[in-house]
Design a protein around this ligand. Structure first.
Ligand code: T4K
Length: 393
């Protein structure tokens, strides 16, 4: 089956025993890849040079392309977004408590916890899913040293308000921009906000380097510190001046990244087309909405985020289960919120009392499959399944 089955009533749903609409899983974040030959050519360059890692020529070319594209002075490529976050946190000298949203991928919190810092979760604005600056203010204590804003779904965090707050309170400010490569804030591509911004180029991101990440910044000293830290702190053959780690991006990842970079406009166009199709197909279903992207900003549209209102005939989880049964692997990102995941629940079991919007949003979101490989019929199947569930038992 290729997603062409008719879904008119509950008996047609795979969750009720019918054949699934798709024989193979349709993923939320199936990797978008440049044409095979373009990738092979770049990998061939790596083999020809016999330079495989340690700040090789492809990594340097990649860093330059990313910095130019974003209009930032420095790009420090890393092996993944999580290590990039950890290195940025260390290089900035954060300590004690750092305020972050709970409604984010758990790596934002882990990057702090892993290094012995305490992530303190602030609530979000339920309309934007991004940090609420007033909620951030309420979480500040004498131990607070910084704020990590997240541009969730690629929509910019309230950067002006966060910058004003950080200035007022003498806090450091950086961003987890893992979702926001190619997205703009105030008309300028995200990359220059705060002291630095961290990108993820994981396989599932709309632009990928297999695994990969980077920190981008206009601060030359900070960039230099991070370059040392990602390479064990080596400042010469046998001169170690920092307790560094191994955060290097390898040449093969930069090779794939360089090839994929040439095609990002095509990916954004496909994502946009998918989003428009979902909007049209779901438009008539009361209680279902899709988050919007500001038409005045650039977006990568890599997340199609559906919200299920409380009064809807089926629960959010019923919808996800019904879609997954059809092999449409919709996801509950970022349920249940970091504060309810074990390491953070153990640290502060009552954090949820101060996170009502986080808890409500995490209960109503479904992220839908998109990307260049989305089967043509997938959008209609999603709409049919949700439409059937809308009519109750
Ligand atoms: N901050 C934020 C806000 C983030 O969202 C992330 C990562 C980070 C920091 C950390 O950056 P990295 O260290 O990852 O660079 C995925 C990704 O693994 C993760 O990178 C991403 N956020 C997060 C939102 O989603 P999972 O566990 O939900 O999905 P995963 O990796 O199992 O893959 C999703 C689907 O795509 C799968 O169901 C199968 C398909 N797939 C996956 C891979 C890896 C493929 O078809 N091919 C593949 O190669 O975490």
């Amino acid at each position: 089956m290729t997603g062409t089955k008719a879904i008119r009533n509950r008996g047609d749903l795979a969750i009720n025993g019918a054949t699934p609409a798709f024989a193979r899983p349709v993923h939320v974040g199936r990797p978008n890849l440049a044409p095979r030959q373009a990738i092979m050519d770049r990998l061939g360059q790596m083999l020809d040079s016999r330079w495989l890692t340690n700040n090789g020529p492809l990594v340097q070319a990649f860093e330059q392309r990313i910095a130019e594209y974003l209009g930032v002075r420095h790009c420090v490529a890393m092996c993944n977004g999580t290590i990039a976050l950890e290195i940025a946190i260390r290089a900035l000298g954060l300590g004690g408590e750092v305020i972050v949203p709970s409604y984010t991928f758990v790596a934002t919190a882990h990057a702090l916890h892993w290094q012995g810092l305490t992530p303190v979760f602030a609530d979000i604005d339920p309309r934007t899913h991004n940090l609420d600056p007033e909620a951030v203010r309420r979480m500040v204590t004498p131990k607070t040293t910084g704020i990590i804003g997240v541009h969730l779904w690629g929509r910019p965090a309230p950067h002006r308000e966060l910058a004003a707050l950080a200035d007022e309170l003498g806090l450091k400010l950086m961003y987890d921009a893992a979702h926001a490569f190619g997205c703009s804030a105030g008309g300028r591509l995200i990359g220059s906000l705060g002291a630095c911004e961290v990108l993820s180029f994981h396989a599932t991101k709309f632009f990928n380097t297999l695994e990969g990440g980077a920190v981008v910044t206009d601060d030359g000293e900070l960039a230099q510190t991070m370059r040392l830290m990602r390479n064990f702190g080596f400042a010469g053959f046998d001169n170690v001046i920092y307790p560094g780690t191994n955060g290097k991006m390898i040449e093969a990842c930069a090779a794939v990244g360089l090839a994929n970079l040439d095609g990002i406009d095509t990916v954004v166009t496909a994502n946009r087309r998918n989003l428009d199709a979902y909007c049209a197909a779901l438009a008539g279903i009361e209680g279902i909405s899709l988050i919007e992207y500001d038409a005045a900003e650039r977006s990568n549209f890599q997340y199609v985020v559906m919200e299920v209102s409380e009064g809807f005939a089926a629960s959010r989880d019923d919808i996800v289960n019904a879609l997954q049964a059809e092999n449409l692997l919709a996801r509950r990102y970022f349920w249940p919120g970091c504060h309810r995941m074990r390491p953070y629940r153990d640290l502060n079991p009552h954090a949820g009392l101060l996170l009502p919007h986080t808890e409500a949003v995490a209960r109503r979101v479904v992220v839908l499959p998109t990307g260049t490989t989305l089967p043509e019929t997938a959008v209609q199947v999603v709409a049919d399944v949700v439409g059937v569930l809308a009519h109750g038992a």
